[in-house]
Write a protein that binds this ligand. Structure first.
Ligand code: HSE
Length: 460
């Protein structure tokens, strides 16, 4: 029976090696899946399609024994028969015939309770739930350490891009200086189309929703919250610091106008929603906002729904990790890789993934977070001003009084009516000073609309 079951897995193995391979196959590692939506279905497909390959890599088969989903209908062609489908996630985690629970429910509850119960009853966990890990990660990883169990979360940041393992393992010998992430595919897709087609945000969003490339409720994505959740996880791995989403300055892309994206390009910059984290003398700078990056920089070439995480490390220098950050199969590939890694450890003596966050959870610290007013960077500014003598001088003099030095100015042609755009790029300035200057400039009678500003990261 065993030989029949794993015939194709071992058909390339001959002679003695074949006998050894058969001997090494042990009982299946049993998987329970919570939530069978887009990514869950991808996991089911991948476990089925790659069953032989995974069994060969593991030395044992991976067996999906139960799926808990509120509305899933049987799909026998995927092995999703009515005998393995149940409705209640808490019933699934209480079963004693499951080794690894894969949580793909999303959201806070019942995902949090299900994960904690799974760990309490001796099951390892794989999750893609960045919102939950950003808010409750400490509680979950403490429970995992206490029970000596693993939590795999590669799919929580960057989808299929292996950034969690990279930070935890490949870059572990080094000290990280800064992380710059394009970690929301929806925003990157919208910004790419706004830039290439000159269209308004709302128009591109509607088209993306019609094509299934943006959620019906896109708030988490376009307001930057999804990127902030992912940044919290990256900050812990990069700097050993616990950070909550409310500590991340978060500004989405909804207010961006195509004219600013076009002007940015004229100045030699692309506009990206970046999740940025830096460590500065023990303090953490963590922010998500539209950012101008030099067009020649690798991050600027990341188009459409792709993600990229660019890391500056002390010994290595710069490195970038690129790929699809969303979608059924890319995300499923990261989930299945976590399942495989944990299953391998289950089959050997080393059950626990030591320090899944890169640091023992009890050594993680809270660090002071730099208020956004204290950051220093360059800025792109646009003022809608009356086209008359002295206007430029008035604006420049207020900026000068607040110690903001202008690097370049573009003034657009005279408009038929009303105001003309005056575009400025500043040298490095403190944000507090910039905000004070902009408040003052807005009060000038010659300035006809609230000033627009976009932060520039030039030296990355
Ligand atoms: N909604 C996310 C994105 C994918 O658009 O990148 C899941 O993290």
């Amino acid at each position: 029976m065993k030989a029949l079951l794993y015939k194709s897995a071992t058909k390339q193995i001959t002679g003695e090696a074949k006998a050894l391979a058969f001997e090494s196959f042990s009982r299946p590692v049993r998987i329970g899946l919570l939530g069978c939506g887009t990514v869950g279905t991808g996991v089911v497909k991948l476990l089925r399609k790659n069953a032989d390959l995974l069994a060969r890599k593991l030395g044992a088969p991976l067996k999906l024994v139960a799926v808990a989903d509120r509305s899933l209908k049987p799909q026998p062609e995927l092995g999703l028969t009515s005998s393995i489908i149940i409705r209640d996630p808490l019933e699934l985690v209480a079963r004693d015939d499951i080794d690894i629970v894969v949580e793909l429910l999303g959201g806070r509850e019942p995902a949090r309770t299900a994960i904690l119960k799974a760990l309490a009853s001796g099951k390892d966990v794989v999750t893609a739930n960045k919102a939950l890990l950003a808010e409750d990660g400490e509680r979950i990883f403490r429970a995992a350490a206490e029970h000596q169990l693993a939590v795999g979360f590669e799919a929580s940041v960057g989808g299929g891009v292996p950034i969690i393992r990279t930070l935890r393992e490949a870059l572990a010998g080094d000290r990280q200086r800064a992380v710059y992430g394009i970690v929301n595919g929806t925003c990157n897709y919208i910004l790419t189309r706004m830039s290439e087609e000159g269209k308004e945000f709302s128009e591109v969003l509607k088209q993306a929703q019609r094509q299934g490339l943006a959620e019906a409720d896109p708030t988490l994505d376009v307001e930057g919250h999804d990127a902030a959740h992912k940044l919290c996880i990256l900050v812990t791995l990069a700097f050993g610091v616990l950070l909550k989403p409310k500590q991340v300055y978060t500004q989405g892309i909804t207010a961006l106008e195509p004219q600013d994206i076009a002007c940015a390009r004229e100045l030699g910059f692309a506009v990206k929603l970046l999740a940025i984290a830096k460590e500065d003398n023990g303090a953490i700078e963590a922010r998500v906002h539209p950012t101008m990056t030099p067009v020649s920089h690798l991050l600027s070439s990341v188009k459409g729904a792709f993600n990229a995480i660019y890391i500056q490390s002390e010994a290595l220098g710069s490195s970038m990790y690129f790929g699809l950050g969303a979608g059924q199969m890319p995300t499923a590939s990261a989930v299945v890789a976590d399942i495989l890694e944990i299953a391998r450890r289950r089959l050997t003596a080393t059950r626990l993934v030591a320090s899944p966050l890169g640091y023992p959870v009890q050594t993680l610290r809270a660090a002071p977070v730099k208020p956004i007013e204290e950051i220093v960077c360059q800025y792109y500014l646009r003022f809608m001003a009356a086209d008359q003598p002295g206007v430029l001088g008035k604006i420049a003099s207020i900026l000068g009084r607040h110690r903001i030095s202008i690097a370049s100015v573009i003034q657009r042609e005279r408009a038929t009516v009303g105001a003309v755009p005056v575009i400025m790029r500043t040298h490095e300035a403190r944000e507090k000073n910039l905000r004070m200057a902009l408040r003052e400039i807005q009060r000038l009678s010659v300035v006809k609309a609230p000033p627009v500003f976009i932060r520039i990261e030039e030296n990355l």
